[in-house]
Design a protein around this ligand. Structure first.
Ligand code: ADP
Ligand code: GLC
Length: 511
């Protein structure tokens, strides 16, 4: 319920005796729900590679009280084989090399509607959304994800035959970033919002692909989606969306600088000047509840800590770790962004101080191998699992004392929030969303430089707190209360959606 509605109800009821109060229709006090299409390449209920999957599953649900918000995802094998009933409700005509597709509809148990873009040759494959099981990108990713963007545009134009037409399209990251572009080229009178979850992944393809993707000639220049002689999907999204958000305030500033801007800082600075770039921090969903999470070996709370030890015991057993000393966890994609090489270099410090390290992750082959070698060097002290497992990840958050996140950059980061909620203190670099969601010395430990020295300083501070159970306990309690739930991020998105809708209608009324 909005504040205005809450205040109105309180005053209204205070003045009239209960016996004569008429029924108040609260819906009439709320602004009307608007139709929003949320376009994404991951959706945690069905398929997840990282935090985008979590956000795509949580944010539309959190916004469903304010809006009729529906999700559009590609029909990957994992979606087709999820055992859910999929009804064919529409179709997308092909364009240039983009094939005709069908649109399926899933009605999830909680009422969320998910549209699925169906084309078996494009999406029904073994592997991740972006590549084969060996980790190589699919060579036709430009066709696959341009098809996603085109489908969103066709739905926005009311041409997909699904009997529902959004008033605003919210595209996420490069795989959905062609949606605002096709909407502009097709003159859809519907505003679009692009959320950047990670500027480092841009969806680049050769300039020669422009004909296959039906990109107009004037969009292939510097003012459009040209990027160092190639085509960038993300640049197209930034260029053509009515507004761009990213997932924390600090990252929103960082990406306008040469250090973090990935070559797009100039364009992003222009967006700031035009009032078209802002940061909205991610939240976490209600499943991250240490007392009742069914993934955990045993629940726990600030008054009842035994469950935390039970999860630690599980982690020790799973990773073959000794049972003494502080337990450090890593739950991460093993990629350069995450500073995994730095953790490899400070692991000696952890072990030499009697600590233990449990790592679950997968990613770049060299980092996976280096992690496995580290585990072999320190049996009983370092345990490494190359893989992806939601239950084990949650048990590491719950069982560990500290979570390592020395990211070189971090648009928002969810793992540090999950860790805090589960009373594991994050040790993280002061960048992006890590800087915005961790209070140094209160709910975790921040260090400034992406260097071994700086990182070791934070580990030293953590080890020293570990020696003082009352201080450790106080930090754990503060950390558990710290993370934002999605409800707090709903307001800024709601405000932004309504602002964009108003701007478009005001522009339409101009003579
Ligand atoms: P990013 O999206 O950059 O990978 P985030 O911190 O935003 O980083 O989100 C990562 C998400 O993926 C979290 O939900 C985290 O728990 C999960 N995750 C990462 N690696 C693994 C893994 N190996 N097994 C299970 N979950 C993982
Ligand atoms: C990206 C970012 C991560 C963010 C997530 C969800 O994967 O790397 O920092 O939390 O998206 O927005």
């Amino acid at each position: 319920m909005g504040n205005a509605a809450a205040i109105a109800r309180t005053h209204f009821h205070a003045m009239i005796p209960a016996s004569v109060q008429p029924t108040l229709h609260l819906e009439s006090l709320q602004p009307p729900k608007r139709r929003i299409l949320f376009v994404t390449s991951e959706f945690a209920d069905l398929i997840k590679v990282g935090g985008l999957g979590d956000v795509s599953a949580a944010l539309p649900r959190a916004l469903s009280a304010q809006h009729d918000i529906r999700v559009l995802i590609p029909g990957y094998r994992q979606v087709l084989e999820s055992g859910r009933t999929l009804r064919i409700v529409g179709h997308i005509k092909g364009l240039a090399a983009l094939p005709a597709c069908k649109i399926g509809r899933l009605d999830l148990a909680d009422g969320l509607i998910v549209y699925v873009l169906l084309h078996p040759a494009l999406f029904d494959r073994t592997g991740s959304p972006y590549g084969d099981p060996q980790g190589h990108d699919w060579p036709d990713n430009h066709i696959r994800f341009a098809s996603l963007g085109l489908a969103a545009a066709e739905i926005a134009m009311g041409q997909a035959g699904i009997h529902w037409r959004p008033e605003l399209v919210h595209a996420n990251d490069w795989p959905a970033a062609m949606a605002p572009a096709y909407m502009t080229w097709r003159k859809a009178k519907v505003p679009s919002l692009l959320t950047i979850h990670n500027l480092a992944y841009q969806g680049i393809c050769d300039m020669q692909c422009s004909a296959e993707l039906a990109i107009p000639a004037d969009a292939c220049g510097m003012e459009g989606m040209e990027f160092y002689g190639k085509l960038s999907f993300l640049k197209a999204g930034i260029c053509y969306a009515n507004h761009v958000t990213t997932v924390s305030h600090t990252y929103a500033q960082e990406i306008t600088t040469a250090d973090f801007g990935c070559g797009l800082e100039g364009m992003l600075q222009a967006k700031v000047k035009a009032g078209q770039l802002s940061g909205i921090i991610n939240g976490i969903d209600a499943t991250w509840e240490p007392a009742s999470d069914p993934h955990l070996v045993q629940g726990f709370s600030m008054d009842q800590w035994q469950g935390k030890q039970a999860n630690a015991a599980y982690v020790e057993q799973l990773f073959g770790l000794a049972s003494d000393g502080p337990l450090f966890g890593v739950v991460s994609r093993l990629v350069q962004q995450k500073g995994i090489d730095l953790t490899l270099q400070i692991a000696d410090q952890i072990v030499n101080n009697g600590g233990r390290l449990a790592v679950i992750g997968r990613g770049e082959a060299e980092l996976e191998t280096a992690m496995e070698e580290l585990a072999m060097r320190y049996p009983g002290r370092v345990g490494v699992h190359i893989g992806f497992n939601e239950t084990d990840a949650r048990r590491i958050f719950a069982g560990s004392d500290f979570l390592l996140m020395p990211s070189r950059f971090e648009p928002c980061g969810l793992s540090q929030m999950y860790a805090q909620r589960f009373a594991s203190l994050p040790i993280a670099r002061r960048t992006g969303g890590l800087a915005d969601t961790i209070e140094d010395g209160v709910t975790g430990f921040l260090f400034n430089e992406a260097s071994v020295d700086s990182y070791q300083g934070a580990i030293r501070r953590a080890l020293s707190i570990y020696q003082h159970p009352e201080l450790l306990n106080a930090m754990r309690c503060r950390a558990m209360r710290a993370p934002l739930l999605w409800q707090q991020s709903v307001k800024p998105y709601d405000r932004l959606y309504r602002q964009l809708l108003n701007e478009v209608h005001a522009a339409a009324e101009l003579p």
